[in-house]
Structure formats: C-alpha cells, structure tokens
Design a protein around this ligand. Structure first.
Ligand SMILES: Nc1ncnc2c1ncn2[C@@H]1O[C@H](COP(=O)(O)OP(=O)(O)OP(=O)(O)O)[C@@H](O)[C@H]1O
Length: 554
C-alpha cells in the first residue's frame, strides 16, 4: 500500500485548515488523509503510514491506534505572519493581551508572538485571573468570541499554520526530492493562499474512513432520532434520492454515510460535495464540468456510489436544474441507476421551497424522502450517553464530570450540536485532570453559556446601543439583521452570508459583502451578535435578543 501522510486532529475545522496547507505544499507528491480523533479506529492507520499529530496533547490518545512500527511527528504550529500586517505596523512597546481557547495554546501563541515581534509586551489571558491594566490591544488566533468585554481594539491573526521545520521533517520522511529553499517558497505562498477567502482544496471528498459505521451505531435514546433511524433503514434499501435536514453538527453527513453503508451502493465510494461558501461558477465547474469541457466535473467523473450534496440551499437556482435532471434520470432508469444522490440543508425543505430557494421540480423528487436530524437541545437526554461514548472512545473511562459540570451541559443550548459536545469532551480529555468541574470547561463553552450572557446584560442601555449603531447610519438594517439571526436561532438554523443577503433583499436592503461584514462587525462589538468562524456560523447573543425585545417595546 502506498505510504500516506495521516493527519490527526481534534476539531474538524482545524484539521481542514491544516489539510489545506499540506495539500497546497505537497500537491501530488504525497497522499494526504485527515482524520479526527473521533473517527480514528484500529485499522485506520497502516504500519508504513506517517502520522502527523496536530498537537502534542493528543499523542497519548492516538498511541493505542498506531501500529508498532509507525512513524509519527507532532506538528509544530506557528502564527501566519501574513495575517499579522496590522500588528507589524504598531509602534513598539504596546501592551497586548493574548486570548486563545485554552491555557497551553494561549502560552504557545504568546511565545511565538514574542519570537516574531519582540518589540511588544504580551500578556496571556487567563480566565478567573485579573486582566493586566492598560491593555492597548487584544490579539487572538480566530477566537474573537472569547475576548472579555470592554476591549475595543481587537486584532484577529487567524488560525495557526504548520511550521517550516515540520514541513521539512515530512519531506525527509517521504524522501521527497524537493529543495528546502523551494519548500520555503511554497510555505510562504501558502501563507498568502490561506488568507484568501476562496481558497479551497479538492472540491469533493471521498470518504472511506467510516465504511464500518452503520445505522445501529447511532447513540440515542431519543424517540425523535429513533424514528429518523427507522425510516433511514427502510429507504437505505431503495435507490431513491434522499434529503436530510438538521442544524450544524447534528450528524447529517454521518447519517448519509451510514445510509450508504447499509445500501447496495456500499461497494462503491461515498462522495461528499459541499456547496457552502462557493461562487456559482466554481460550483458549476466542480459539479457539472466546465463549458469548454476541459474539466469534467464530479458528476461526469464518478461511475457509481453515493454523492452527498451538502447545503443544497447554496446551490444556485440555475444549477438545480442540472441536478434535477440527474435525479430524474436515476429515478426513471431504476435498473441502471449507479449513483444515489443524498442532499442536505440546515433549513427545512418546505421553508426552502416557500422562500423560493429551491426549485419545485427538485423539491417534488426529494421531498418524499426527507429525514430530520434533531438538534442536541431537542434530545438532551442523549447528552449523558454521548459523553460516555466519547469518554470510551478516548479510552478515558476514569474521567468524571461533577454534577454541576453536567448541569452546565444540560443548561447549555449546544448551537454546534453533537460536534460541539464532542469538541468539549475532547478538550476535557486533553486536560491533565480526571475530575471536571465547570471551571475546567473550555472558555469557549463558558463564554457562550446563555445564563452568563443574560446575567451581565440586566441593565442593558438600549439608548446607548441605538445611538452607537446610528453613528454608523444603519439602525433599521441592523434591526432586520438581528431579527433574521433571531429567527434562525429559534429554528436552530445557521445562515451563511449569502442567505443573509437574500433575507435582507426581501426587506429591500441591498448590501455588498463589505457592507454586510461591517454591520456584523459592529453588532458583534456591541455584543449583540456572536460571530463564530466556519460552520458554527454567526448567531444572535442573549444580549441581542434582549435588545430586540426592548427595541420592539419602544
Ligand atoms: N449520535 C451520534 N453519535 C456519535 N457521533 C455523532 C452523533 N451525531 C453526530 N456525531 C458526530 O458529530 C460530528 C458532526 O456530525 P456531521 O458532520 O455528520 O454533522 P452535520 O450535520 O453533517 O454537520 P454540518 O452541517 O455542520 O456539516 C461527527 O464527528 C459525527 O461523527
């Protein structure tokens, strides 16, 4: 078997970012495969693979899955200097508070900042400890939502990248004939590439790590989810197109993979394509091929299996016709049908139709086979079971949660659903602690707890907030924006910027991306929106909801 580089990390988003960097640098030279700790199983890694761990903290957790002779490297991570332009231009001697999601990572960020820009004074932010006085700036690698209130000057330097030393190690292990100077050039290019918004690696991912996962492995006691599983069993045996709806991290892709594994398509690959955050032109090329036919597109390249098209609401209206033709052709030619289409969306299919986001023809084909993944807050009884399952997976049965920590879990809304719960448990596993109290829970989790949020906002000064928004001249748009996010939160849905712009357009507000970003930034600074990167998306804060209520009473 060809030697592969297996990248292992805790969080999917982080892993995706590292994968982008590695794919860009070692394009075609190495086969790279990324696996989250959770997806790791005995047999995922073969003895001639080289394993790259995203952090030293996971070393012990990964060790049991490594074959004896397997080589592993712990990635050294560093800040992306391209994102540090703003810091570079500061006069020296600034007092800078560094905020990251846990103590170790905060200290690492402080260390690399001291190395790269030694002319400033850096202070790590440690929750529960007093913050140093007279802070000029707060710097964070992508964790803006953790920044304590009251700091106006925030510099987000984005996620950390793999250092050049680690890349050289990888090169040596794979005996690549590439000069260190060329590698250095590529490294610098990727730093720029990673800061470009539209950079994307392979548009489609072929999933093979979950071949073993079947529907009976879903952990649940919830009657809602059980009935979804029951229907999934039945339709997995057919070759019909299926639609899965549910909030972020509820397990839609997991369900799609399981359906694939149960079906007659399971001897062929499972392909996943995400329509999110892509330009219509690139979706067309990636899915259906280019007009000059130089690029074939996924649909014309694959010969069989399941194609999971994620976030179908982001598929432009015009292209839905092409997908519809494929579904229709499949449905009419049952006998020759080799590809099953599974689509997904965060919002309900009926809402998508109502809001004219999807076409009636495609709706009529997929609406007969809709599966709903309930949010974690709709099945809170499952929290304890999932916590146990994740502990077992990490081989950490010794880890105990205090009653108050469990209570905090039950009180929390889990906007990121099971994925977020998994991230919280994996964070706890990495602590050198066997007894977890609320104080040990990640800052991120505590920072978003509804209770804390409402408590601090009792004396909300609505007039002050209104006048601050008015200084920018977009009060009425901001109110609409907050209402859209409130609506999404109520329905447990998260919206990308494109959807937000469409909603605003319905209310006759035409905004450019830049204008929308500015409004979101201002509402975030005022604590009315919680801006989170990636799929967790932006959401309204409890303070924002409180503000809306008071505003409507004016
Ligand atoms: N019931 C469950 N038991 C165990 N793991 C689960 C369960 N539900 C979800 N997960 C895990 O949670 C993570 C998120 O699931 P998945 O990626 O399938 O969600 P999704 O709904 O497709 O998310 P998104 O729309 O944000 O891409 C995965 O690691 C998945 O394995």
């Amino acid at each position: 078997m060809k030697r592969r580089l297996i990248v292992i990390g805790i969080q999917e988003e982080n892993l995706l970012y590292l994968n982008k960097q590695l794919e860009y640098i070692f394009d075609g030279m190495i086969t790279i495969k990324s696996i989250t700790l959770k997806e790791l199983n005995f047999g995922s890694i073969s003895s001639n693979d080289i394993v790259l761990l995203s952090a030293v903290a996971i070393q012990e957790l990964v060790r049991p899955f490594l074959p004896d002779s397997c080589v592993f490297i712990v990635a050294k991570r560093t800040e992306n200097v391209v994102n540090m332009k703003e810091l570079l231009y500061l006069e020296s001697g600034k007092r800078i508070l560094v905020v990251n999601d846990n103590y170790n990572d905060t200290m690492q960020t402080v260390d690399s900042l001291r190395e790269i820009l030694p002319s400033h004074i850096y202070y790590p932010y440690v929750a529960q400890k007093p913050t140093p006085k007279k802070i000029d700036f707060v710097v964070t690698p992508g964790e803006t939502n953790l920044i304590p209130k009251g700091f106006p000057h925030i510099i987000d330097i984005g996620p950390r990248v793999i250092s050049i030393e680690t890349l050289i190690k990888i090169k040596q292990h794979f005996l690549l004939e590439i000069k260190d100077s060329t590698l250095m050039q590529l490294y610098i290019k990727t730093l720029v590439y990673l800061t470009e918004k539209k950079s994307s690696v392979s548009p489609v991912s072929v999933i093979d790590q979950n071949q073993h996962r079947t529907l009976n492995q879903i952990i649940t006691k919830s009657s809602l989810l059980k009935s979804t599983i029951e229907i999934a069993y039945k339709i997995s045996l057919t070759s019909n197109a299926i639609h899965i709806e549910g909030g972020i991290g509820t397990g839609k892709q997991m369900l799609a993979e399981m359906i694939h594994n149960e079906s007659s398509f399971s001897t062929q690959p499972f392909y996943a394509y995400n329509c999110l955050d892509k330009e219509p032109g690139s979706i067309e090329e990636e899915l259906f091929g280019s007009k000059d036919q130089k690029k074939k597109g996924i649909i014309n390249s694959i010969t069989g299996g399941t194609l999971y098209v994620k976030n179908i609401d982001q598929l432009p209206y015009s292209l839905q016709g092409n997908l519809f033709s494929l579904i229709e052709m499949n449905t009419l030619n049952r006998k020759t049908n080799k590809i099953r289409i599974i689509t997904s969306s965060l919002e309900s299919l009926t809402d998508l139709l109502k809001n004219e986001i999807i076409r009636i023809d495609i709706y009529s084909y997929i609406s007969s086979y809709v599966l709903k993944m309930p949010s974690l807050s709709e099945r809170k009884d499952d929290i304890a079971h999932l916590v146990e399952a994740f502990k077992n997976h990490f081989n950490r049965k010794d880890l105990a949660f205090s009653n108050t920590a469990m209570e905090a879990f039950y009180n929390y809304q889990w906007p990121g659903n099971v994925r977020e719960l998994y991230n919280v448990i994996s964070y706890c596993v990495c602590l050198n602690n066997t007894y977890i109290k609320p104080e040990s829970l990640p800052l991120f989790f505590r920072g978003n707890q509804e209770k804390t949020d409402t408590a601090t906002d009792k004396d909300l000064d609505i007039k002050k907030i209104i006048s601050e928004i008015e200084t920018h001249g977009f009060l009425s748009e901001s109110i609409s924006l907050l209402r859209i996010y409130k609506n999404g939160k109520d329905k447990n849905e998260s919206y990308g910027r494109r959807r937000i712009k469409e909603f605003l357009l319905n209310e006759r507000y035409i905004l450019t991306d830049q204008q929308l970003r500015l409004r979101i930034e201002v509402l975030n600074k005022l604590g009315l929106l919680i801006v989170r990167k990636g799929r967790a998306g932006t959401t309204i804060s409890a303070k924002g909801e409180h503000f809306l209520n008071l505003y409507s009473e004016l």
